[in-house]
Design a protein. Structure first.
Length: 351
């Protein structure tokens, strides 16, 4: 009887020990489940190389239709204001035509003067014939007056046309090309007789920085977006803004297309300088498996002090694998991945 009771006690103790062991082992497994994590990190800035150019360029080419270039009114490297004369032209052909028209003008003027004098004489003769009741002389004078008046009218009309032609030739025989905006001058004396090269080029004082971007990067760039500009071999950084991005590729390659962008610096940078452009992205992207969707809300589990802390977030779906974080998590937060089975404040371990 004693042995039986002893075995019953031993059996009961064994069951208790086994139950306790199973309980601790089960909970230990739960605690020791290991999760992968993702550290919240802002998207890296976009980086481009660029070249400083004038925002506006005015090229003045030799134009034979305006005559010969008699002088350049500017020197290489000079500063000009809008409206300043750049190139002076003179046309020999227009001068010859002007001389001819001036001679015709003089002849018409003389003819009109002579006819006017003759008209006065005929009118006097007409009055004399009227007073003398001489119908024959009256008729002859009247016919002469009509003929002279018709001739004067014709010469006056012709003189009006000649005067207009002279005015036009005067405006063309000597002409000038002026600057369209303020800027700096580049002169090429050799191009005075070469219509394929600009004689004078005006570079505006407003600068831009032109850069090339792939079709993938151009989508990430917004107009008026702030940028940082670094000058080569200098530590100085200059702020600026994106002021243009092309909608059509500059050139298409086998794998991608090249688009043009422009940045306007806040300070003047010498033309031709090579610079580096840094465009902040100011966004955080999350792997899709860190986000739990429930009841039309979005959540993440932030790992802290060995626990999974449930946090509501606002996100925007980028694609099947990625969300864009709007708010709710911050830089360097560790988010648990494949977290749909987690509970708030649950003990977890991470790899």
């Amino acid at each position: 009887m004693k042995n039986k009771k002893r075995w019953m006690i031993i059996g009961s103790i064994s069951i208790v020990i086994l139950s306790v062991a199973i309980f601790f082992l089960t909970n230990k497994k739960k605690v020791e489940k290991v999760y992968s994590s993702y550290t919240v990190t802002p998207t890296e800035d976009l980086h481009f190389s660029g070249t400083v150019k004038a925002k506006k360029v005015q090229n003045v080419f030799y134009d034979a239709t305006q005559g010969e270039i008699t002088s350049l009114a500017v020197q290489n490297g000079a500063d000009v204001k809008a409206g300043d004369t750049l190139v002076n032209y003179s046309s020999k052909a227009d001068q010859l035509a002007l001389n001819e028209k001036t001679a015709v003008q003089s002849q018409y003027t003389t003819n009109i003067a002579n006819l006017t004098k003759e008209l006065q004489e005929k009118k006097y003769a007409y009055n004399q014939a009227v007073n003398a009741s001489d119908d024959a002389k009256k008729q002859a004078a009247e016919t002469a007056i009509n003929t002279i008046e018709t001739s004067i009218t014709q010469y006056q009309d012709q003189l009006t046309d000649v005067n207009a032609q002279i005015a036009s030739l005067n405006s063309k025989k000597e002409s000038a090309i002026v600057a369209e905006f303020d800027g700096k001058i580049v002169v090429d004396e050799v191009a005075k007789k070469d219509a394929t090269k600009p004689v004078v080029t005006v570079h505006s004082n407003d600068n831009i920085i032109e850069f090339a971007a792939t079709e993938y990067d151009i989508e990430k760039i917004g107009l008026d977006q702030e940028v940082n500009i670094s000058l080569m071999n200098q530590e100085k950084k200059i702020p600026g803004k994106v002021t243009y991005k092309s909608a059509i590729p500059k050139q298409e390659e086998k794998l991608s297309a090249s688009y043009t962008g422009e940045v306007t610096p806040n300070e003047t940078i010498p033309l031709g300088y090579s610079v580096k452009i840094s465009i902040p992205q100011n966004e955080i992207k999350l792997p899709a498996d860190t986000v739990v969707m429930k009841d039309q809300n979005s959540y993440v589990y932030i790992y802290k002090n060995g626990k999974a802390n449930k946090q509501k977030v606002s996100v925007e779906k980028v694609d099947q694998d990625t969300y864009r974080l709007k708010e709710g998590a911050v830089n360097k937060d560790k988010l648990l991945r494949k977290s749909s089975s987690l509970k708030d404040k649950m003990d977890v371990k991470i790899k």
